[in-house]
Structures are given as structure tokens and as C-alpha cells.
Design a protein around this ligand. Structure first.
Ligand code: ACO
Length: 430
């Protein structure tokens, strides 16, 4: 709370109300409007919640104007350079970087939960072969609640933690199984001798007929992308997890709802949409045509991977991924013309008044798909990869909320429908 107050005066009634100002450790001050309806009889209107803080959180800080992203105070650039995905997961969940012993315990715990109940595979096999892996992920994650009655007491911190670790551990197993089902390959079980990212690559791409060696370049690239995608404060999917969590729903249901929100092309689905868009553009000479379409208000087309609600300068994750994209493709010996196309698209868009005036820059999804493609992932898996990484953020945010539960999330509305009218019998209607 700050000493400052904002006084709101209703010119119609002459009544005034003092609103307290909440000041976090960083970021813009926030008006506490809890008393507004009781005091002046007003609600606030903020579609898309562009000016609304839905909670207090000590996990992730973003300054969109300056292009800053920090997890628990650590700049994303430092974590990307030095950390591992599981270390970042620990940091998000517990607030501090682990000591070596804490890290080893945590990694051990996660590794011990990588297998899924064999019956879960019957669910996956029940899907049609061409089911989108996000549909499979969403359904299967929700169904985990049916397998783990022992960790559904949300009032028990130990059970909450167990559920959180299970989800981080099992997401790659489920994700890989959804891909293998589509390919018609037999189930690959997690190899616990491998690290988190290598294990996932092995479950994705190994086949019984051949030896498969995980490429260290691929594992390192995945580790980087997972770190960058791990959390992003109150984005659409995380807010969804918290909203569902506020009802007391079990954590598997909360994360399943987060997966559903992430799937949308305006959110995590954009990484898949970027590649589809680049394929559709096809060559550099068609870039101006697509830029023109993106600017045309009568055309629903948007430049996918461009724009962000919060970043109005640059998305720091996009800068890291752009650099990594060149390095990874060179190390893997991949020459993908889509990279050149993406760079040309970015260059032209960044010089265009429409994009400059609206502060539209490439976001995290603009280049990530090109790396995923170089690692051998099909486009339909891109958002799944995002979901694996974001599970750590979702569970960290859910744990934070569960430690200090507030009221059920229940927004209000501006009603624009009919006022009261009387029922008319069916035969009397015109
Ligand atoms: N292409 C063309 N125009 C755009 C784009 C775009 N990608 N993004 C925003 N604009 C325009 C809008 O038409 C609007 O123009 P106007 O002021 O003339 O009406 C203006 O920029 C502001 O856009 P909003 O939609 O109000 O911005 P908002 O903050 O609500 O949306 C969003 C942000 C959803 C990311 C949007 O920029 C978008 O749809 N981008 C493409 C999809 C995408 O890449 N999503 C991934 C986001 S990152 C993530 O979730 C991981």
C-alpha cells in the first residue's frame, strides 16, 4: 500500500471516495477499487482487462515499455544464458534458485513422476489418428484428476506440491504420446537416465527399429525455448488457470483449462500460425501483399507472431530467440528459407508506419517455430511445446494462489439486453 490516495468525485451526486493506491515492489501504482461499488455505486468497465490487476504476485515482472522480463527478479537474459529449465521451474515455484542439493532432490522428484498410468494410454489411443495434439493434451491433462485422488485435497500443501510436480513431470510423456499416436508408433516410455529435455526428445523421436541418440544441440535449444516460455505473469492462459483455481477446482482441471486458453491463435497457438503464415507467403516477393492484408481493417488476417498486449518496445524473448535461431540452424546444418522470409517480413513490418505507430514488434512466437521445425517437430506440436514449458508457470501461479486463496473470480458486466418484459404464450406470438 502507498501513502498516496486517489479521490474520485461523482459529478452527478457530488459524492467523493478516497481510493487507496497499492504499490508493488516495481511497476505502475494500482488503484484499489474494492470499495467503489459500495461507495459510489459504480462498477468499472475494462474489456480484455487491459488496465486491471487481477491479483498480487511475486513470481514474474514485466515492464512492457522497457522490454524487461524477470522471473523472481532474475533477468530472462541471465536465466536463458546460464540456467536449466528444471532450475527455472524450481525458481518459479519456490522463489529462490536452488542449492545443488535442493536441485538434485527436485530433479529426482520430477524424474520419479515421468511415467503415466498405463490406462491413460487407452485414452490417448481412443482418439482418432489425426486428432490435434492440443486436443489430446487438454483432455488427457484434465483426466489425470481421475487417476490421482490421493493429491486432490487442496487444503494440504504437500498434496498441492505433489500434483504440481506430477504435472511438470508427465506433460512431456503425454505430449510425446499424442504425437506417437498420430504417427502410429508404439508408446515410448520415459528414460529416466536422461535430463528433462533429452528425455522428451527421446520419447518424441526414438523408434524401436533404430538407435536414437539425442542431439545435444537439440536438447540445448529446447532447454532455452522452455526457459523463455516458462512464465509470463497474468497472460490469458495463466489468468484462466487462476480463475478456475479460484473456484477450488483441482489442479489438473485448472491446468487443462490453461491448455485450452493457450491453444488460441491470439495466444500460444500463434507459433503454429506463424509457420502456416510463412508457408502461405512462400517467397520474399509476396511479403508486401501480406503486409497490406495485415493493415486492411476489412481483412481478418493479422501478422502472426507480431504484437503483444504488454510489450510496446520489444519482446526480450523474441530477441533471444532470433539470435538462437541463427545459431541452432547453423549448428544443425539446416538451411531453412523460412528464416530468410521471416527476417524480411520483420524488416519490412518494422519500417512500416502502421506497425511503428501501433508499437507492433515480433513476439516470442515469431521465430520459435523455425527452431522447432529445425529440431524435427511438426507444426501441430508447436503449441504443445509451449504448453510443456508453461506448465511450470501455471503450477507456480496456482501454488501461489492456493497458498493465499482469495475470493472466487467473478467479473461483472455492463448489461445491454432487454429490460423486463412479460412472457407471451407460444400461440400468441407474432
Ligand atoms: N497484425 C496486424 N495488426 C495488428 C496486429 C497484428 N499482428 N496486432 C495488433 N494489431 C493492430 C490491431 O488491429 C489494432 O489496430 P487499431 O488500433 O487500428 O484497431 C492495434 O494493433 C492494437 O491491437 P489490439 O488487438 O487492440 O491489441 P491487443 O493487445 O488486444 O492484442 C495480440 C495483442 C492478441 C497479441 C495481437 O497483437 C495479435 O493478435 N497478434 C497476432 C497473434 C500473436 O502473435 N499472438 C501471440 C501473442 S504472444 C503470446 O501469447 C505468447
Amino acid at each position: 500500500m502507498s501513502d498516496n490516495k486517489v479521490i474520485l468525485t461523482d459529478q452527478a451526486s457530488g459524492k467523493s471516495l478516497e481510493l487507496p493506491v497499492i504499490k508493488g515492489t516495481e511497476g505502475d501504482p494500482t488503484l484499489d477499487i474494492k470499495q467503489l461499488n459500495g461507495g459510489l455505486g459504480y462498477f468499472t468497465y475494462d474489456p480484455g482487462y487491459a488496465s486491471t490487476s487481477s491479483c498480487s504476485s511475486a513470481i514474474t515482472f514485466i515492464d512492457g515499455g522497457k522490454g524487461i522480463l524477470r522471473y523472481r527478479g532474475y533477468p530472462i537474459e541471465q536465466l536463458a544464458e546460464n540456467s536449466s529449465f528444471l532450475e527455472v521451474a524450481y525458481l518459479l515455484m519456490f522463489g529462490e534458485l536452488p542449492t545443488r542439493a535442493e536441485y538434485e532432490d527436485f530433479e529426482n522428484d520430477i524424474t520419479n513422476h515421468t511415467m503415466v498410468h498405463e490406462k491413460l494410454n487407452t485414452f490417448i489411443n481412443g482418439f482418432h489418428y489425426d486428432a490435434h495434439p492440443m486436443a489430446v493434451l487438454c483432455g488427457v491433462m484434465g483426466s489425470l484428476a481421475a487417476f490421482y485422488h490421493d493429491s486432490l485435497d487442496m487444503n494440504d500443501p504437500a498434496q498441492r506440491l505433489l500434483a504440481a510436480k506430477r504435472m511438470i513431470a508427465k506433460m512431456p510423456t503425454i505430449a510425446a504420446a499424442s504425437y506417437r499416436h498420430h504417427m502410429g508408433w508404439p508408446t515410448a516410455y520415459p528414460k529416466n537416465s536422461l535430463d528433462y529435455c533429452s528425455r522428451f526428445l527421446d520419447m518424441m523421436f526414438s523408434v524401436p527399429a533404430e538407435n536414437y541418440e539425442v542431439s545435444p544441440v537439440a536438447a540445448k535449444a529446447l532447454n532455452l525455448l522452455f526457459i523463455l516460455h516458462a512464465d509470463h505473469e497474468q497472460n490469458a492462459s495463466t489468468s484462466t488457470v487462476r480463475l478456475v483455481g479460484s473456484t477450488g477446482a483441482n489442479p489438473y482441471a485448472c491446468v487443462a483449462s490453461g491448455i485450452a486458453a493457450l491453444w488460441g491463435p491470439a495466444h500460444g497457438g500463434a507459433n503454429e500460425a506463424v509457420l502456416t503464415m510463412l508457408d502461405e507467403i512462400g517467397s520474399v516477393d509476396r511479403v508486401p501483399e501480406f503486409i497490406a492484408r495485415a493493415k486492411d481493417k476489412d481483412d481478418p488476417f493479422r501478422l502472426m507472431g507480431f504484437g503483444h498486449r504488454v510489450y510496446k518496445n520489444h519482446d526480450p524473448r523474441a530477441s533471444i530467440i532470433r539470435k538462437a535461431c541463427h545459431e541452432v540452424l547453423a549448428e544443425l546444418g539446416v538451411d531453412d528459407p523460412l528464416l530468410g522470409l521471416a527476417m524480411e517480413l520483420e524488416k519490412i513490418a518494422l519500417e512500416d508506419d502502421y506497425f511503428v505507430a501501433r508499437k507492433l514488434y515480433p513476439n516470442v512466437d515469431f521465430y520459435s517455430g523455425i527452431i522447432y521445425k529445425a529440431l524435427g517437430f511438426p507444426t501441430s506440436m508447436f503449441t504443445v511445446l509451449f504448453a510443456i514449458a508453461r506448465t511450470t508457470g501455471w503450477v507456480a501461479q496456482w501454488l501461489e494462489q492456493a497458498d493465499n486463496p482469495g475470493r472466487i473470480g467473478r467479473p461483472r458486466q455492463v448489461y445491454t439486453g432487454e429490460t423486463e418484459r412479460n412472457y407471451v404464450a407460444l400461440d400468441d406470438r407474432a
